[in-house]
Structures are given as C-alpha cells and as structure tokens.
Design a protein around this ligand. Structure first.
Ligand code: FA5
Ligand code: MG
Length: 456
C-alpha cells in the first residue's frame, strides 16, 4: 500500500458530486399543529391531537409540546444496538433464568411495547396515589387532557398486567416527566417495572429450608397492625420473606450488570411510595457520590385488590431507570446522549452480544460532516480495508468513520460499484465545507490513481 502524503492542494477539474449533510435531530416541527401565540405568549392547541392514530380532545389540562410528542414511538430500548437495547436484553437474560417448573416456562413475562398514553386512572388511581398528591400536578406531568397523560412511570401498568393473569413480569417503556434538567435527568426516560407475586404455598414451601416444617404460616393475620415494618393484615414472616426475595433479586441483578459493584458501596434507603409499604431506594456510590438506581417495596395490598386478587397473594415491585444504569455501565456522561443520532456515539454500541462490556469514548462536541463517495470499478471489487487505509492516510484524525453503504454488480458492463460514507469530524474545531471538500477531492483523486476506479 502506498503511503500518501497531503502536502499541497491539487486543483480538481473533473466533475464531482458530493452529498454534504450535518446531523439533524429527530424532532419534526409542527407535526401536531401546536402553535405559539407571541402576543398572548401562550401555546394554542388544536381541538384534537392525533397520537398513535387516535384522536384525543385537548382542554385546559393539555400541556404537551411538539418536542415531547415527537418522542412517542421512538422506543430507544427497541432500537437495535442502542445502549438501552443492550441493557433491555441483559434484563431479559437475567430474568429469563428464573424458571417455573410447574408451567415449564420462564417465570417472568416481559412486556416492552405498551403505549405510553395512559389514563389518570392507570397512572394514579389504580396504584392508590391520593387525589391531592403532588405527583398528579400539571407542573410534574405531560397531560394530553384532564383524563389522559403520558405515563410518568411504568407502575401505570401494574394493575392491568396483574388483571390479565400475570404473576411475575417486567414492563419496560418510555416515561415522561416535567422534571429537572441536568446530566442525569431528562423529561423522557425509560423505566423497567418488575413485579412478582407469591401465594402462601410459593412463599413458605419455597423457603422450607429457612423456616423448617411449619405449616401454620400465613400471609395474612386477623390482628396485624400497620407499622414501619409492614402493612395492616400482613404477617411479619411473610413480609420478611418477600423483602428478602426482592433484595436478593436486585442485588444479584446488579452483580451481573455492574460486576464492579462489589467494590462500590451500595445501600438500601428507607422511603415511601403510595403503592408500596415498606419501601426502599437502592443506591450505589461512585467516586464519593450516591446514585439512586431504583425504587421498590412490598406492594400495597389495595393495589392487588384493584387487580382483582383476594387475600391470597403478596408481592414485591420495583421500578428502575434504564438510563441511570446504562450511564454507569458504559460510562456515558450525559443523559442527552441517548437521544443523539450521532454515529460517533451510536457506532460504539454496534455489537451482537449485549453482555459485551465497553467503556464509551467521548465524541467531539463539534459537528459531523458526512460525504458519500460512489465509484465504478472492474470485475474485482476494492477490498474495503484498502479503501479505509487510503482514507485514513489522507484525512488523518479528521476521519471519524468510514462505512461501505452500498455495493452491487452490473452484469451489463461487468463492473462493480461501491459507495462509501465518509464521516469527517474534528476533535477541536468546526470544519468548514470547503476544507472537507478539498480532502474529499483528494481522496477521490488518489482512489482513481491507486485503484483505477471511475468516480460516479
Ligand atoms: C418511580 O417511578 C416508582 N414508580 C418506582 C417504583 C416502582 C417504586 C414499583 C416502588 C414499586 P422514581 O420516581 O424514584 O420512582 O423513579 C424510579 C427511577 O427512575 C429512579 O430511581 C431513577 O433511576 C429513574 N428516574 C427518575 N426520574 C428520572 C429522570 N428525570 N431522568 C432519568 N431517570 C429518572
Ligand atoms: Mg426516586
């Protein structure tokens, strides 16, 4: 391979075609006919919003915006090779190891495609969030109308999923909150809800080795009072067994996801949720700072009653934030990066085995410049790695990525065609179009010289 040096600018006289584009965001403006009235300084909503092919009337509660609505359906956790996709696969893998010997199937069902548009009944009432609770306010949620909102947590689906007959499941999806904006908070993020219910038999027989052969153990007792350790009605032994199952499931999960957690400190912090009691947050310490990864607890029995169950089950539930965990797993410094289309970010996560562990390398803050190069060659194709070497020799560190995006054979003239996408980006400045075009022309020139190709 010839070592190429770029000492001087060579004028280029032949015809050329380049496609120069910069990255765009996924946000489509004004898809939903939401307008801004600069005089009244307020947002004007159409009478109806069409979301997921359904019309929703708007009212004085409507406070969604174009940017937020444009995230519906993007489902980052389902986009192949996205970091949240890998994390979802790892959650799937971990929970599929629990096997139901009686049903001969995995214990946990995994639901990851429920619409984020839910009713206030689902998001709040079904899980016992009081009518005047602060988490219902307009300033904390994105309402479509008074009765409909973008779910603020995946807990909104607990009752529907239990009603449908499931007794152990994960529910994964995008959630929406009018929250702080900082490197770890974003108005759209992803949660994974986990729920496991136990009957008396499952709870006590499964723990015979711990409890001995006591067959008088019960989940519910007649005179049980609510206190810091348990709900009214629950026996302490049932609650302690469910708590042990919950905490073991979660600590073992994080041992697999973050194998270094054994050297990090972790802790359970007492907290309160309207839908669990007792409740905890799980936190881990990194560089002296504590990070909350999830909230969890023993499900309020009233939630199980809302799901149509009688006094024959007790269960745990947790809700974890996918971004928080992926940021720690891969060393991603800012939550906004999950939404980027920047291939400098996305290409770092292209691998088939989701358990593959990588550390994210910061991409440049300067914009990418994308140019394609198409060429005709003879009966033998160029080996892409020869082309990559040539591009790197000419473009040096300004080349972020080179991808073969198209290749075909034309039997008529017995020639191969290849198209490469070259992504230029500097680590320390914004490149000008002119500068990129010069390098690009140089690459074309040397391609012709070295491979005898015809630039298309
Ligand atoms: C909840 O959402 C509860 N529904 C969790 C739960 C489920 C508790 C079942 C008990 C039983 P919380 O608001 O703390 O709780 O959010 C849970 C997790 O989501 C947090 O621990 C954090 O990891 C993540 N999270 C919360 N807000 C944001 C945000 N704005 N951006 C990114 N991640 C967030
Ligand atoms: Mg919390």
């Amino acid at each position: 391979m010839i070592i190429l040096k770029r000492f001087y600018f060579r004028p280029i006289f032949y015809h050329y075609r380049t496609n120069t584009t910069t990255t765009t965001t996924k946000t489509k403006l004004n898809t939903f006919n939401i307008e801004y009235d600069p005089i009244k300084q307020s947002i004007i909503y159409p009478q109806e919003l069409n979301l997921n092919n359904k019309n929703y009337s708007t009212d004085s509660w409507t406070n969604v915006n174009e940017n937020i609505l444009s995230r519906i359906g993007l489902n980052l956790h389902q986009q192949k090779n996205h970091p949240l996709y890998h994390l979802t696969n790892r959650l799937r893998k971990y929970f599929y190891q629990f096997y139901d010997q009686k049903k001969l199937s995995p214990k946990f069902s995994i639901i990851d495609n429920l619409s984020p548009i839910v009713t206030t009944e689902q998001n709040f009432d079904s899980i016992c969030i009081p009518i005047n609770h602060v988490s219902r306010t307009k300033s904390m949620n994105y309402y479509i109308n008074q009765n409909t909102l973008l779910r603020a947590h995946t807990s909104a689906h607990q009752v529907d999923l239990i009603r449908s007959g499931l007794n152990a499941f994960l529910c994964i999806g995008d959630v929406y909150r009018r929250d702080d904006i900082d490197p770890t908070h974003y108005p759209v993020f992803h949660q994974c809800e986990g729920v496991q219910l136990f009957t008396k038999e499952e709870l006590f027989i499964g723990n015979k080795n711990v409890l001995g052969d006591k067959d008088n153990l019960e989940i519910f007792g007649p005179n049980e009072q609510r206190d810091a350790t348990k709900q009214e009605g629950h026996t302490l032994e049932a609650v302690k067994l469910v708590e042990a199952s919950l905490k073991k499931t979660i600590t073992d999960l994080f041992k697999t996801l973050l194998p270094n957690t054994s050297i990090l400190n972790s802790r359970w912090v007492d907290t309160t949720f309207p839908f669990t009691h007792p409740s905890w947050e799980y936190e881990i310490e990194i560089d002296g700072k504590w990070y909350e990864l999830l909230g969890c607890g023993i499900m309020e029995h009233r939630v199980l009653e809302n799901s149509g169950l009688n006094k024959d089950h007790i269960g745990w539930a947790f809700g974890l934030g996918l971004e928080r965990i992926a940021m720690i797993m891969y060393g991603i410094p800012d939550i906004r990066l999950f939404w980027t289309n920047d291939s400098g970010f996305l290409s770092q996560f292209v691998f088939d085995d989701s358990t593959h562990s990588i550390q994210y390398k910061p991409i440049s803050i300067y914009p990418q410049c994308i140019n394609d190069l198409s060429m005709w060659m003879g009966k033998t194709k160029i080996d892409p790695s020869d082309f990559y070497d040539l591009v790197r020799a000419i473009g040096g560190d300004l080349i972020e990525q080179v991808i073969l995006i198209d290749e075909f054979y034309n039997p008529k003239n017995q020639r191969y065609s290849q198209t490469y996408r070259i992504i230029y980006r500097s680590m320390d400045r914004t490149l000008t179009k002119n500068e990129i075009n010069m390098i690009h022309k140089d690459i074309e020139y040397h391609c012709k010289q070295q491979f005898g190709v015809e630039i298309r």
